[in-house]
Structures are given as C-alpha cells and as structure tokens.
Design a protein around this ligand. Structure first.
Ligand code: AMP
Length: 411
C-alpha cells in the first residue's frame, strides 16, 4: 500500500470543513482591512529563501525541501510566504512606482521538520504583508484585525504577545551586551544556542530548551537599550492598544531573530494550550532592500492554519451538513430523476440520490443510516407528475407537494 509521505497528511471531513470556514473568514477580514489577494508560486529559486529568511536561520540550515530541476538550477518548495511576496513586489517595480501595497496569501508551506503533534512537513499559512508604511498605527490596525478574526472563528481569549526589538541604531549595542552575557554562560546553553551566540544571539532568547531559558531569564533586556525613536514607537503602539482594549502582554523573549526585523514583533496565543503561538509576525523594514529593492518598510504576519484547525476540531462543532433531501428512486426511464433533482436544486435545496441501481429498501436503509429526516419517493407513478412525493422518516407521513412549496414541509 502506498502511504502519504512522513509529515504530510490529508485534511478531510470535519477538518476540511473547519479549514474552509477559517479560510473564508480570513479572506473576509483581510479584505475588510484593505488587503488584496496574491497567489504566489509554490517553488522559487533557493537563493530567494537563503537571502530572504537568512542563511543562518534554522529554516534555511536544515528545513528546506531543495532539489535541482532538469536544468540543474537549485529550486526550493516555499517554507514561508513573505519572501515570495517581496520578490513579486520588487520584480513588478512596486517599490519604485507604487510602494504602498497591502497583500495577503493563503496556501501550503513546506519544511523538513521532525514531524510531531501540530508540526507537519506540509502545513498551511494565511499571511499578509503591508509595504510602504512605517507607523505604529498600521501595527495597531493589524493587531485589531487579528483579534477580531480569531474571535470571529471561535478562539477563546486571543492574547497578543508583543516586543520591540529595536532598530539598526540601537540593536548593535544590545547585541553586544547580550553576546557578552551569553559567552559567560556558554557551557549552560544547548549546542545550537552556543553556535547562535555569534551568528544570531537574539534567537537564543526564544530557545525552548529549559536550560537555555534559565540562562536567558537574567540576560540584558532589549527594553533598556531602545533608542528614542524606537521607545516612542513602542509607547505609542502600546498606548493605542490599551485604549482600544486589545489584550496584549509584553514578552521580552519574543524575537524574530533576523537582522531585517525591526521594532514590533508579535505572536497571538489563544485557546487551550495557549503557550503555542497561533501566528507570528513583525515589522521588517530591511527585507525589501535585502532582496534587491528600495529600502521600503514592511509589516506582516503568518497564521498557522493547522493549529487553528486542531483547536477548533476539539470543540466538537462542525458536524457534517447533510443534504436537505434524499431521493429514493426506482424508474424505468431515468430522465425524471435528473429533472426532479434539478427542479428541487433550483429551489435552493441540496439533494442527494444514489446513482447505482440498488433496491428501494436499501436506499431507504442508507437514508436512515445517514440521518435524513425527509426522503422524496420517485417511482414510475411519480415520474411525470408536477408534484413531489415526500416522506417524513420518523412519522412515516407522506404528502404530495409542489417543489416551490416543499420548504414549508421540511420542518
Ligand atoms: P513562522 O513562519 O515560523 O513564524 O510560523 C508562523 C506560524 O505557522 C506558527 O505560529 C505556527 O503556528 C505555524 N507553523 C510553522 N511551522 C509549522 C509546521 N511545521 N507545522 C504546522 N504549523 C507550523
């Protein structure tokens, strides 16, 4: 038997229904806040991700699905959406001609991670990217949108975790202080973090290893190093969030760990097991330039769809919606079956029938097993009649009604 690849899964039944609902709502909210959809390719040149996500990041170091195409070019299945959107933005010259853009995407991402609960090698993200605006108001409006969205899809108590990681003015001094502190505690850190001290010290702050967490508890706080303009930005953002009653907590261990991220970084947590982030995002004012465009500010996030689906799946909602009617049929001429179905569907009713020619008794058994409350009986006698022969399953009552009046009987 051929099985799905490790870390890849099928999304079917209840999960697929939840997926559809949260995607529809995401589109609705993103458009409500002025974002427009972009469909980006699933594959890009590998270099886009190594430059866009950072050579030193875990994703680029160990998690990319990279292969050579038939011409020997190095191609990668996208591990995230931002790099592709930025590539589009620069390729179309929008950084020069039309810099303010608000875009969203949805779709699968691929990371060669160790599969575990909630972690897959093909997973799904909804993301937005806003280019050309550098203002705490954009950050606040985006957080407002996210909290409204999570609440609308049924996530209880979404909480924003927020940090300001400074900018090219103030971060170098912080990095210096952090490195000095980490060097002093190097032998207490995990092997990955020991390497990160020089390559990516901020990333040590969000390592999940208990020992590393113990070390970082007493590390220097970025909040003490912010320059005046970052401090002002942070205060204004927090002030407006407080006055808009958007729940947030400062988390100084929250980082994005890449050089081009500046100021605001955030996650939203919620639902059961709230330690897990439902999404992550931040301000990346250096990214467009790092990928060869003008120095245009950017702000964006990605929502992890799989985790949302799992959370909502546990609520027990989203049972399958049956069709409104089941047609049990036995006909010499089959055309009336399609005619009747189509007449009922034109009245807005969903209709199921079994196309194989099994006995009436077996069709009714099927309808009963599925839980249909109403069945249309269609034999040669009813085939050319204007009326519908409707049977109520629990009482056994039968009536003849015209398709336009049928709704009144389906209660
Ligand atoms: P990131 O792009 O790493 O900032 O992740 C954004 C969100 O995507 C996270 O909050 C996770 O919910 C989700 N995510 C990231 N990697 C995976 C994965 N391998 N499987 C499932 N969800 C993921």
């Amino acid at each position: 038997m051929i099985q799905a690849l490790r870390g890849m899964r099928d999304i079917a039944g209840r999960e697929a229904r939840i997926f559809q609902m949260i995607e529809e709502k995401a589109r609705y909210y993103f458009e409500l806040y002025g974002y427009e959809e972009i469909k980006i390719p699933i594959m890009e040149m590998t270099e886009l991700f190594s430059r866009g996500i950072g050579d030193m990041s875990d994703i680029v170091q160990k998690e990319m699905y990279t292969f050579e195409d038939r011409k020997g070019r190095s191609i990668t299945l996208r591990p995230e959406g931002t790099a592709g959107v930025v590539r589009y933005y620069i390729e179309k010259g929008l950084d020069k001609n039309d810099p303010v853009q608000k875009l969203f995407y949805t779709g699968p991402m691929f990371r060669y991670e160790r599969p575990q609960k909630g972690r897959f090698r093909q997973f799904y993200q909804f993301g937005v990217e806003a280019f050309g605006i550098e203002s705490y108001l954009l950050d606040a409006d985006t957080l407002d949108m996210l909290v409204a969205y999570f609440t609308a899809i049924g996530i209880k108590n979404p909480v924003v975790k927020l940090n300001n990681i400074g900018c090219s003015q103030c971060r170098p001094a912080y990095n210096g202080a952090l490195k000095a502190y980490l060097h002093k505690h190097a032998d207490e850190l995990c092997p990955d973090c020991r390497q990160r001290i020089e390559t990516n010290p901020l990333r040590v702050l969000d390592c999940k290893n208990e020992k590393c967490r113990a070390v970082t508890q007493l590390s220097p706080d970025i909040g003490d190093f912010l320059c005046d303009s970052c401090r002002k930005y942070d205060e204004e953002l927090r002030d407006i969030l407080t006055r808009r009653s958007i729940p947030f907590e400062r988390d100084r261990f929250l980082v994005r760990g890449l050089d081009y991220y500046v100021r605001t970084v955030f996650e939203i947590h919620g639902g059961e097991g709230a330690q897990n982030a439902l999404m992550g995002g931040g301000r990346y004012d250096g990214l467009v330039e790092a990928l060869g465009g003008r120095p245009v500010p950017g702000f964006g996030f990605a929502i992890g769809v799989d985790r949302l689906v799992a959370l909502l799946s546990d609520t027990g909602l989203f049972e399958k919606n049956l069709s409104d009617l089941f047609i049990a049929w036995s006909l010499t001429d089959k055309v009336p079956l399609l005619e009747k179905s189509s007449a009922l569907r034109k009245c807005g009713l969903s209709v199921e029938f079994l196309a194989d020619e099994r006995s009436l008794k077996n069709q009714l058994k099927y309808a009963h097993k599925k839980g249909y409350r109403f069945v249309v009986l269609l034999g040669d006698d009813e085939a050319y009649s204007e009326e519908i022969h409707l049977k109520k399953m629990d009482s056994g009552d039968e009536v003849y009604v015209s398709p336009i009046d049928i709704r009144e009987h389906l209660i």
